[in-house]
Structures are given as structure tokens and as C-alpha cells.
Design a binder for this molecule. Structure first.
Ligand code: NAP
Ligand code: SF4
Length: 593
């Protein structure tokens, strides 16, 4: 009850702005990060260190009563509804499947018994909140775990939940422990709406759909096809809080797109940091990172149209500065242009398109194919250097025979059938994906489902089928010097996807190597500090993905000429640079000038 006043702050603001808001009630069951977690039976989840305690009859009643109380308090706090979380493998979902629910009392055994808990919860929530309140039930349509629910069970549950008093159904896709990606950038847009389309005729309440809907166009197609009554988005509102207003005003091209990277939202959550957004660093920092009109408009030059320079340019210009953006390339984007060529990273197209739109809308003067010099920059009030990075030369004998990742991703060099990749960081993984995949499954949902083993829950319980990856386009070996598993530093919620994708393509990953020489036969390596086991990795092409160095030559020339530039992005610090840090730094500088 002491939380009600805090929640009121939110609900009152939402109502004042003409919005409606429902509160989600999530009981994590065995996913709760606590030795006191509870579930149907004492079956530990593969993603949790804590085995749950099996609830007794009184314990089950206590959970139901608490959920109903939470719903009643949500109403008191001014919410228009609640959403009861019954999917993603959380508490209620755990009762539905036999591999977690081994009970033999009235809460386990037959499906009727296993679904008793979610149905009872919805009934008691409805009683607690009254008839004129929205109760959404989040239902798992495809569990994507072994021994998951069958389609018949899903439909049976949906009907029972409707009868128990739910106002709407919102689908959940995959349990948290599922080894199939469900929201990451490589998941095709709207990949799972076919399941909502199938459920919709079975019930008479509205059915919502979700997962990888990141633009009004995608949402509109789903609704026009009749796949769902409503769409549900979450991360896109972090990327652009004005998503709905811009869509309504016909300005969809100005919506900053969620690229499904998870880097600043979910990865932050799991690291105990404030959830924000890679493309919108203001998310979660709105009161501290503000964009007031500039007190004194200045003439600002930005050199480098990568993510750091683009962000600085549109932020400064949006505040009223006169900004000129220089890049020697023929197009904007910098490293984003490389990223978008990687299969599964097509969303980066949308991000560069958005930057292009915003450059035009904020009135930035764009000078492409232009090498900025000390002379060109002399007349500006401020100079921002965002000249990015150059690939590091690791100094391996025979290195001149190797290709750089830029050669490969831009198509300047076509790799042969056997490839060795030096460096297993983010770019090494991307290049391995680029070289083993012929046609990006992200653009072909049926291929993607075959690749990852997404089946039909009407045929196979939980919709889990045997993955059938396309054979790799090349035989690739990915190497690093650190004696650890390659890919350990990739994103917390997405690294496993990249590792699994490369494993499916038979990519060999080797850690703890020393690079001895690059020869006509391939890459010679040895292992460990004693340089043991000299081995030839036979390869037609060796690709360097050995990290980056800052490109600061223009910054240094300016300083020598008495001009002090602001240096951002990879030109500032190359190590562990990514688009998140570049956009954040560019936006903050653009806001401060
Ligand atoms: P990185 O992640 O720092 O990886 C560099 C790789 O090069 C490491 O595997 C490193 O491993 C190796 N290396 C470093 N110095 C070397 C040397 N002197 N000789 C040989 N190997 C050397 O850098 P990156 O792959 O270039 O990526 C750049 C940035 O973009 C990173 O911050 C990365 O996270 C980001 N990025 C992110 C994604 C994503 O999906 N989120 C994708 C692409 C890039 P050893 O030192 O063990 O050999
Ligand atoms: Fe989307 Fe990435 Fe932003 Fe998360 S951090 S909201 S996934 S763009």
C-alpha cells in the first residue's frame, strides 16, 4: 500500500497527457533471482542458480491472493488495467508444462489441473478489480522449450482465460530459457504474428501481437492483414518516445528506429544500470540530458558522418546552431554502413536512413566527398572531430597478404572458400557471419524459422523443431590470442545468439593462439606462452579484425594550427568503441554547445 502514492505520480501524468496505462503483474516463480524462489515443483531452471521450493496448497493460495491484491492496488493507484504475466516461462507458465509441474494434486497432472492456477488467478483478479477495469492476460503462444504447450492446450487455455474474465490476450513468445532468439535484431520483423492470427478466431476478446514491430508501417501491415486487433511495442518507445505522435502526424520517417540490439536497454537492466537506448541516449536520462534552444547560435563544423558525428550534428542543429557536416565518403554512416551489410543487422539501414532524414529536417549542411582541412575549418566557431577509427595492423609476418574487414564487408575483396579470421571481437563475429551466410534469413522469415528450429506448436509441443541451418558458404576459423572462449565479451542478452549462429555454420573458434605468419597456404599459429603445437590453418583468405586505432591526424593538425577541436567517438577513444558510446557522446556534446 505504501507504493500507491509513487505509482500515482505516473498514472496521473499519463492521464493528463491523454494516455491510458496498465500495470503488469509479474511473478517470476523459479526465474526469481533468490534462494527463496517458488514454483510448481522443485525443478531448477537452466538459467538460474536457485532450485525453487515446491509450493504447498496454502502457498499457492497465498500467491493467488497476492496477485489479486496487487491488481486491486493498481486500480487504487489510478491504472486503467493490469496485465497478468502468464508467459515467457514465468510463474504461471511454469504450472502449465509437465517438465516443471510434476505435481499430482489438483494443480498438476492433467492439463485441466495444470491450467487451474492461471485461470484461477484471472478469476480472482477480475473479482478484485470489478467489471469496468481492463485485465490483459499474457499468454505463451509458443514456448520454444522442450515439452512445451501444444497448440490445442494454448487454445484451451485462451478460452478458459476469456471465460474467467480477461478483457484481452497479449501473446508471449518463447520462455526466457529458450535457445531461440525472439526479440533480437536478427529476428525477422513481426516474425511471430502468424500465431496471433491463428489464435484470433478462437476467442471473442481482442488479441494483441508483439515482437519486433518497430515501425508504424510494420504495425499497419499486421493490422491490415487481420493478424491481430492491436499491436504491442516496448523498446521502440525507448528509441523514440514520440513514436505515436509522429506516426499520427504522418511523420513516420522521423521516428528513431529501435534496431533490436538490446545494448542499452536489456543489457543495462541485467547489469543493474539504468535502461536507456543506443539510438536515443536521452531515454532514462530525460531530466539530465536536455535539449534547450541554443542561447547563442554558433557556426559549427563536424568532421565525420559516422554515428558520433551524425548525433552531434543533428543534436546541435536541432537546437538552432548552424552546422556543416563533412565526410570524405560519398554517403553518411561511417561504420554503420559496414554493420548493415552483415546478415541479421539489416536494421542498421533504418538507422542511417533516419540520420539522413534528421540531417535534412534539422537543416544540417552536408558536404560529402569532401576532405575537411585546417583551412576549410578555420572560419567556424566550433570544430567537432568525429573522424572515427582505422583498423589496427597487428604486425604479423606476411600481413600484406591479408584482407581487412573493410575490404571484405565493402566487397573490395571476395574471400575464398577457406577463411581464417584474426580477432574474435564484435567485428570478427560479424565478418564470420557475413562469410558463412549466403542469403540473410532475417529477410526470409520461413528460412529463419527453419534455421533456428521454430516449428508449429500444432505439430510439435512448444513449437520446437530440429534446427536445419543452410550449409555454410565458406569454411571459417575465428581466432583470438586470449586463452578464453571467443565471444565472451559480446552483449549479455545477444552474445549467445551470435555464438550459436556461428556454431550452426560450423565455424571453428580457437582461443589462446599466437600468430606466427601469414603465408600463401594460410595462417601459421602456435599455442600458449611456450608457442607450442605449430599449426597451419589452411586458408585462401586471412581477414584482419584485430581492433582499431583512433584516426586523429586532422585533430592534431588543427591543434598545431591553434584551433582546439572537440574530439568524439572512435577518434577520441578507439578501444571498445561501439555505436552506443559514439551516439551517446555525440548527443551529449551536441546538447552542451
Ligand atoms: P574488439 O571487440 O575490441 O575486438 C578486437 C579483437 O582483436 C579481439 O578479438 C582481440 O583479441 C584482437 N586483437 C586485439 N589486438 C590485437 C593484435 N595486436 N593482434 C591480433 N589481434 C588483436 O574490436 P572490434 O571487433 O574491432 O570491434 C570494435 C567495436 O565495435 C567493439 O567495441 C565491438 O564491441 C563493437 N562491435 C559491436 C558489435 C555488436 O554486435 N554489438 C558488432 C561489431 C562491433 P585478442 O587480443 O585476444 O587477440
Ligand atoms: Fe532498441 Fe537497441 Fe534502443 Fe534497446 S537499445 S530500445 S534494442 S535500439
Amino acid at each position: 500500500p505504501e507504493d500507491i502514492a509513487h505509482h500515482r505520480l505516473v498514472t496521473e501524468r499519463v492521464h493528463a497527457a491523454g494516455g491510458r496505462i496498465a500495470m503488469q503483474i509479474l511473478h517470476a516463480g523459479r526465474y526469481a533471482y533468490s534462494p527463496d524462489c517458488v514454483s510448481a515443483s522443485a525443478v531448477k531452471s537452466p538459467i538460474s542458480p536457485f532450485p525453487p521450493k515446491e509450493l504447498d496448497e496454502a502457498g499457492i493460495e497465498a500467491q493467488i491472493a497476492d496477485i489479486a491484491t496487487a491488481a486491486a492496488r493498481a486500480r487504487e493507484a489510478g491504472y486503467d488495467g493490469v496485465e497478468v504475466m502468464g508467459s515467457e516461462g514465468y510463474f504461471l507458465n511454469q504450472f502449465l508444462v509437465r517438465h516443471v509441474n510434476r505435481r499430482e494434486d489438483r494443480w498438476g497432472g492433467s492439463y485441466e489441473n495444470r491450467m487451474r492456477l492461471p485461470v484461477e488467478v484471472v478469476k480472482r483478479v477480475r473479482e478484485a478489480v470489478g467489471a469496468d477495469f481492463i485485465v490483459i492476460y499474457r499468454i505463451s503462444l509458443i514456448d520454444l522449450v522442450p515439452e512445451g504447450s501444444t497448440w490445442d492446450e494454448v487454445v484451451r487455455l485462451a478460452k478458459a482465460i476469456e471465460a474467467a474474465g480477461a478483457s484481452m490476450l497479449n501473446p508471449g513468445i518463447g520462455w526466457r530459457e529458450a535457445r531461440v532468439p525472439t526479440i533480437a535484431t536478427s529476428v525477422p520483423r513481426a516474425a511471430f504474428t502468424w500465431l496471433t492470427a491463428r489464435l484470433r478466431p478462437e476467442v471473442s476478446i481482442p488479441v494483441i501481437t508483439s515482437n519486433r514491430i518497430n515501425s508504424p508501417g510494420v504495425a499497419e501491415e499486421i493490422l491490415a492483414r487481420g493478424d491481430a486487433d492491436m499491436v504491442s511495442l516496448a523498446r521502440p518507445f525507448l528509441a523514440d518516445p514520440d513514436f505515436v505522435a509522429k506516426a499520427a502526424a504522418g511523420r513516420a520517417d522521423e521516428i528513431a528506429p529501435c534496431i533490436g540490439c538490446n545494448q542499452a536497454c536489456l543489457d543495462h537492466t541485467f547489469a543493474g544500470k539504468i535502461s536507456s537506448c543506443l539510438v536515443n541516449p536521452r531515454a532514462g536520462h530525460e531530466t539530465e540530458l536536455t535539449l534547450a534552444p541554443a542561447a547563442t547560435p554558433k557556426r559549427i563544423a563536424v568532421v565525420g558522418a559516422g554515428p558520433a558525428g551524425l548525433s552531434a550534428a543533428i543534436t546541435a542543429a536541432g537546437r538552432g546552431h548552424a552546422v556543416t557536416l563533412f565526410d570524405r565518403a560519398a554517403e553518411i554512416g561511417g561504420q554503420l554502413c559496414m554493420a548493415r551489410r552483415v546478415p541479421g543487422k539489416e536494421e542498421f539501414h533504418g538507422l542511417t536512413d533516419w540520420f539522413a532524414t534528421m540531417l535534412a529536417r534539422t537543416g544540417v549542411t552536408l558536404r560529402l566527398n569532401t576532405e575537411a582541412t585546417v583551412e576549410t575549418l578555420a572560419g567556424f566557431d566550433e570544430v567537432i572531430i568525429a573522424t572515427g577509427v582505422t583498423p589496427r595492423s597487428p604486425g604479423i609476418p606476411g600481413e600484406e597478404r591479408a584482407a581487412s574487414y573493410i575490404d571484405i564487408l565493402t566487397g573490395r575483396v571476395t574471400a575464398g572458400p577457406r577463411v581464417a579470421i584474426i580477432g574474435a571481437g564484435g567485428i570478427g563475429f560479424d565478418v564470420a557471419e557475413f562469410l558463412t551466410v549466403t542469403d540473410s534469413p532475417t529477410l526470409h522469415p520461413e528460412d529463419w524459422m527453419r534455421e533456428w528450429g521454430v516449428g508449429d506448436p500444432a505439430r510439435t509441443p512448444g513449437g520446437l523443431a530440429a534446427p536445419q541451418p543452410e550449409p555454410p558458404a565458406r569454411q571459417v576459423t575465428l581466432l583470438q590470442r586470449k586463452p578464453e572462449k571467443p565471444g565472451r565479451k559480446l552483449g549479455k542478452t545477444t552474445g549467445w545468439i551470435h555464438r550459436a549462429a556461428l556454431q550452426a555454420k560450423g565455424v571453428r573458434m580457437l582461443g589462446g593462439v599466437n600468430y606466427e605468419a601469414i603465408t600463401a597456404e594460410g595462417l601459421e599459429v602456435s599455442f600458449g606462452p611456450e608457442r607450442k603445437e605449430p599449426t597451419l590453418i589452411a586458408a585462401d583468405t586471412v581477414v584482419l579484425c584485430a581492433g582499431q586505432l583512433s584516426e586523429r591526424s586532422l585533430a592534431e593538425q588543427l591543434i598545431a594550427a591553434g584551433i582546439t577541436p572537440q574530439v568524439i567517438g572512435g577518434a577520441d577513444v578507439a578501444g571498445e568503441l561501439d555505436a552506443k558510446r559514439a551516439i551517446d557522446q555525440g548527443t551529449r556534446l551536441g546538447a552542451a554547445l
